[in-house]
Structures are given as structure tokens and as C-alpha cells.
Write a protein that binds this ligand. Sequence first.
Ligand code: FAD
Ligand code: UDP
Length: 766
Amino acid sequence: MSRFARDHHVIIWEEPVFDAGAEPSLDLSICAKSGVTVAVPHLNPEQGDLHGKQLRRLLDELMATRSGPLVRWYYTPMMLPFSRHLQAECTVYDCMDELKNFKFAPPELLPLEEELLKAADVVFTGGYSLYEAKRERHLNVHAFPSSVDVRHFSQGRSAQADPADQAQLPHPRFGFYGVIDERVDLDLLQAAAEARPDWSFIMVGPVVKISEADLPRLPNIAYLGGKDYQELPAYLSGWDVAMMPFAINEATRFISPTKTPEYLAAGRPVVSTPIKDVIRHYGELDAVQIASNAKDFVAGCERALALKDERDWLRPVDAVLSTMSWDETAAQMKALIVEAAEERKVSTTADNQKPHYDVLVVGAGFAGSVMAERLARDAGKKVLVIDRRPHIAGNAYDLPNEDGILYHLYGPHIFHTNSEEIFSYLSRFTKWRPYEHKVLANVRDKLVPMPINRTTLNMLYGLNLQTDEEAEAYLESRAEPVDEIKTSADVVVSKVGTELYQLFFQGYTRKQWGMDPSELDKSVTSRVPTRTNTDDRYFTDSFQAMPLNGFTAMFASMLDHPNIELRLGVEWEDVAREVSYDKLVFTGPIDEYFGYRYGKLPYRSLRFQHETIDTEVFQPVAVVNYPSEDVPYTRITEYKYLTGQEAPKTSITYEYPSAEGDPYYPIPRPENQALFKRYEALALAEPNVIFVGRLATYRYYNMDQVVGQALATYRRLKAAEEAEMEVMESAALQASASERPALFGTTMSKATARNGSSETAATPAE
Ligand code: FAD
Ligand code: UDP
């Protein structure tokens, strides 16, 4: 960064510091030696900054004072949440460690790294092992194993004043500098020190994440704490051998310790445990001993010590070091950045020639159509709505058959809701036909009301229950108490007992879901109540009605807006290549969106058999359920009841449940929810993609719930956009009020975290 700062303006954005009671502010200082600006955000711990809002405001205020092209440079994906909106000529991900393998790595690191890899134009890795780990994940990855500031460290080859805190330690001395954390093999250090009580083991560096109490305490091990980069050659000069007692674990699998060439530049032989990149780059040198256990480590130290008196081993060391200059590395990196920025310009120009939409909505069902309507009509956005099916309305699609009688292609859809808001919203797009849904169940060759009510009990058992109380007492006599109601079997058995459960629920559910109710979450059968009165409506919601001219007509009216364009029968990935857009609303299956990365989310499907029957009336109500497992279908629907159409013929649909086919029903089970949560974590890291609807949020939602979810999602989106505008306006105001002159012509910003560059104990000036 010092080298980049010669021609550009470099800002290093540090991790925030928390000051009790302080207003959020940014502390800016310019490093006199390098010209690098260091920005340290100060935050108030009481206010917190859960979503990075404060950081974002501070960053925006800073950026408002700068002009010219910008390069975003990330050492850690954790800096993305407050900086992802910055428009840059080039985004660099400079990956120095596999941070996710570190102790206490936060769970959002992985999805954020995923996002960063997508956003980055070029990726640098601090070593070859890391390169191997990342090269499949980005098209423009380049390995930059550690460079070394030979001039600085070669001071260690000549005698320096021994720093006071190591001056008293007897020789031979074996020294290490670096962060002391889970990556150091403390057992090995202890065993080596015990084996050679007359040797001094010197540990320079801060103790991080592990407890001081875990450190081996022996008279011949000295812990000297962290030192400044400038002081390191003096410490090195006082050692006989430098060491890297690294543990071989997940946290060290990809490291490429910068200290190796630094030790060598200071003329110290090195003893290391078998770190892959150390063996790869330095394993051939006599100066570097590799040992995997304490006994071999001590033997390696003996051999390294013996090298002290002969200098031949330094020649090949210097040959290797001569190829590793920071000047060369900086020049190569700069060339790659310029190239990547050019590449981005070319593809952005190509993007600019594509038709542009503010929002691309995938799926023209309830979720997608409500979002599109709100975005177009309320927010004035230009929206493209697409669906892989050749029609709008998603699963609620209805159409006339060859005799002009309406039917629902994906099974019966009956609208009901308790929400005034949802009903009145949809009323903008349709008139209604009042309709209260009735269902009969075919049980023991009788057609009885479903949900189970007093009439059901009387008909089935030849009873004469006259009042709610009598029916309640009857059900209580059958009910079988269940300690904790967890499954869909518990819900029903605890209310009506085993026999009614088996007659009405067990077979139906086994057919519908391909599993026993005892294996399904209680929410499934809880949808169907048990009644003690004679109410034979399937739903009791306050609003029950069907769109007067059908669902498809309602959707057509909803999507009829000059800002909405429709493309049907197309896959979103194909469309995404042909158009550009700022935001994506995705209403398809969330697992599909992420390429089934964690495996498929289970869905239940159906096969519909639609028929036109040459008779005016086929059955006594709209739907007859067939709970018995002897019948392969679950229910038959006759649509005329829903639509009120009059015709000499009638349209009906049989529903055959199936494991294969379109994903219709998310399957409510704890393990499926756990899998969904993993996908949801990925979704949260995609700020420009909004997941809405039954498939995208993996919820067994009715139509009205999806409408409610979409309306709420839109409201949140609008509020976030308004807040964003406010932040931008206030940043612009503050910038112009303070009249700070732009300091530099061009701006290069660098976001860094200490974690990302913690290989040396010193402030990483290089
Ligand atoms: P969908 O309607 O499934 O819409 C998603 C759309 O996205 C689909 O059209 C799909 O083709 C499209 N899509 C997905 N992936 C892609 C892609 N990669 N590229 C392009 N397009 C894509 N609810 C009720 O309230 N009452 C009922 O009576 C009722 N009955 C139902 C009966 C059945 C048989 C079923 C299956 C559901 C029923 N529902 C009912 C639930 C209702 O269907 C849903 O709540 C509602 O349709 C969900 O809307 P959505 O927009 O989330 O999903
Ligand atoms: N159910 C049942 N018997 C019935 C009706 C429903 O066992 O006669 C169970 C079944 O598991 C079903 C669940 O209750 O999946 C919810 O029924 P609902 O009618 O609400 O399902 P929908 O068809 O609306 O998804």
C-alpha cells in the first residue's frame, strides 16, 4: 500500500473502535512515512451497529469528499455489508487467509465471501495453497506469495543493539514473531523447551483469542508481547535461529507465512513444522528445516544452529529472495487491476447496451405479481416480469376448457382471508363473487362434512348430539391426551382420538405427503379444525370470495401497467443474460436459485387429471375428499361451485399426489427447515435479490399469506430505499458544508481488517 500511495490516494479502513458515550465519528490520520491515510471509525457501543448503518454513513461522508476513480480493496468479506453499495472501477479481493477456518469465525463470513467473490474483478491470494482453494471460485485469481522488504530485514544480518527485554536471555536463542493464537503448537513449544532447558525460546507477538493461562510457562520460554515492525530486525539479530512452531490444523492449512522470507532476509536459519506453502517455496533450501514433532523439531534446531558458522547456505537464500520484491509485486498487482478495470468497462458498456429494468421479477404468481404491481405503480419502477410457464397467475392460474367452463390448471384455489388490508388491496383488480367453500369426506361409504363437526359425528355414528356441549363431551370421551403436541398425528389424536384420526386424516395425509402424520410438523393438520357446532364451511375467515372473472383475469388487471413488461415461457437465467437490472425479485424455489448447493429442499407434488363430464352436476359440493388409502387420489373438485357458471356440462379435477413433478408443497419438517435456514443465510447475503413467496421462503402459505408477505416485503424495501436516500442526502450536505477540498486527484480505497493481515506481530506497513 505504501507503494500504491506514491501515485494514488490510499485509505486503509480499520475495524471500528468502541468509545462509550461518543457520537459515531471517523478518525483520519495520514501516515507520514507512507502517505497512506488510516481511517478508524469510532462507534458508541450502546447504540450498536448491527447492520453497519453507522459505518456506512461514515464511509459515505468520507467518499463524498473524494472524487475520481475508485478501487475497492478487501482483505475480509466482513467489510462488505457497509461498503457493498460503492460504485468502483475495480474491486479487489486480496485473500490472505482462509478466515472461515479461524477460531470464532462468524457464520456470515461464508455467504459474505460468496458475495465478495461475485463482486470482485480480480482476486489475489497470499500463497499457493490459498490459490488452489480459490481458483475454482473465480475466473481471475492470482497467487502472490509473500514478498519481503529485504532492505529492512537484512539489518538483522549485522549486529544490532539487543533490545532490553531479550538482552538477559542466554544463547542459543530460538525466536518466533507473530500472532500467538490457535495456530501456534503450544504443546510442541513446551516439549522442545523441556527437552533443552539450556536453550532460550523467545515468543514475540500479541496473544489473541486464546487465554494467557494456556501458554506453557517454563523458565526458558520468554513472551515479549507485540513489537513494532521497525523493531523486528533488532530482535532477529539477537536470535541464533528463527522458528515457526505452527500447529498443523484447519487454521494453518492455507497459510503462507510472510515471516519465512523475513527471517531469511535477516540471515536466520529457520525451523518450521510442515506448513504446505513453506515446504513448497523453501523446502529445498538448506536454511529451512522441516520437523513435524517435538523431537524432530529439536533435532532441526540443532542442525540449524550448526549452520551458523558457515555462510554457504545464504547464497541460495539470497537468490530466492531476489525474486520476491514488494516493488515487483506491487507493479504486477497494479497491471492486473488496470486490466480488470478495462475488462469491467468493456462488459459494462455491453451491459449498457442491454435493455435496462429497475427490477427483474422472476415468477408471475401472487408473490411476483404483487411485488411488480407495487414497484411499478407505487414506486414508479420499470419492471420486467418473467415466468417459465407460458401464463401468468402461477399456481392460481385458471382457464376455460373446450366447453367454456372455467377450471384451475393446478388444482382448486379458494380465496379466503381475515385481513381487510389484503382483501381491499386485491379488490382493486377484481370484483368478487361471494363463495363459502364446502367439503365432504367420503368415509365408510358416506359423504360427511369435513372439517369434522356435530353433523359428521351424528351421521357417522348414528348419534343425535343436539348441542355444542354434547358434541364436546363426546369428542372428549374419544380424545387421547398427548404430553407434548409436536406432530400432525398428535394434533388430531389429542382432539378426536385414534379412530376418527385414522378415518379422516391418516390415509389422506399419507397419500398427500408420502409420509405418516407422525412424521410431519403439527402445522400441517392444524390447518383443519374440529368443530362441535354444525358449521360446515371449510373456512371461517371474515372474507371468503372468488374473483368474479377468475384468478387469471385478476392477475391480468394487476399486471396491466405501462411500467410492467411481461415475458412468459422463459427461464430467468436466459433472460438475465439479455437484460440488465438493479434488483431481482425471486419467487421460484430458493434451493434452485443457489444451484442446490446444500442439496435439494424436499417438495411434494401433484398430478392433476382434468375432465369434462357430460352432466350438469357431478357431486353435491365443490370438493369431496377421499381419505382412504384404497383410493389413489385425495380429492375431486367440481369448479362450477366456485365460479357459479351455468352449463350443461361440468369440469372436474382429480388430484394424485406424487414425489415427482413441479414443486407445489414445501414439506414442514424440522430437518427441512434447518436446510432452508442454510439457504436463507445465503439469501441474506444477496442484498440486491429479494426472495418472496411460497417457494422462495419455503413456507406452506395460502394465497392471502403470500399477498401479505409481498406487501410487507415491498413496504420494507421502500422504507430501506427512503433511508438510503436520506443517508446520501445528509452525506452530501455535510460534505458541502465542511467545504473540504478534494485532497487527491484519484482515490484508491482499501478496506482492511486486522485479522486479514495478522501474520506479523508488527503493524503491517507492507
Ligand atoms: P407460485 O404461484 O408457485 O408462483 C411462482 C412462479 O414462479 C411459478 O409460476 C413458476 O413457474 C415461476 N418460476 C419459478 N422458478 C422460475 C424460474 N427459474 N424461471 C422462471 N420462472 C420461474 N392457497 C389458498 O389460499 N387457497 C387454496 O385453496 C389453495 N389451494 C391450493 C391448491 C394446490 C393444489 C396448491 C399447490 C396450492 C394451493 N394454494 C392455495 C396455495 C397457493 O397456490 C400459493 O399460496 C400461491 O400460489 C403462492 O404464490 P407464489 O407466487 O409464491 O408461487
Ligand atoms: N387433511 C387430511 N384429511 C382431509 C383434509 C386434510 O388428512 O380430509 C390433512 C392433510 O395432511 C392436508 C392437511 O390436513 O395436507 C391440510 O389440509 P388443507 O385442506 O388445508 O390442505 P391444502 O389442500 O389447502 O394444502
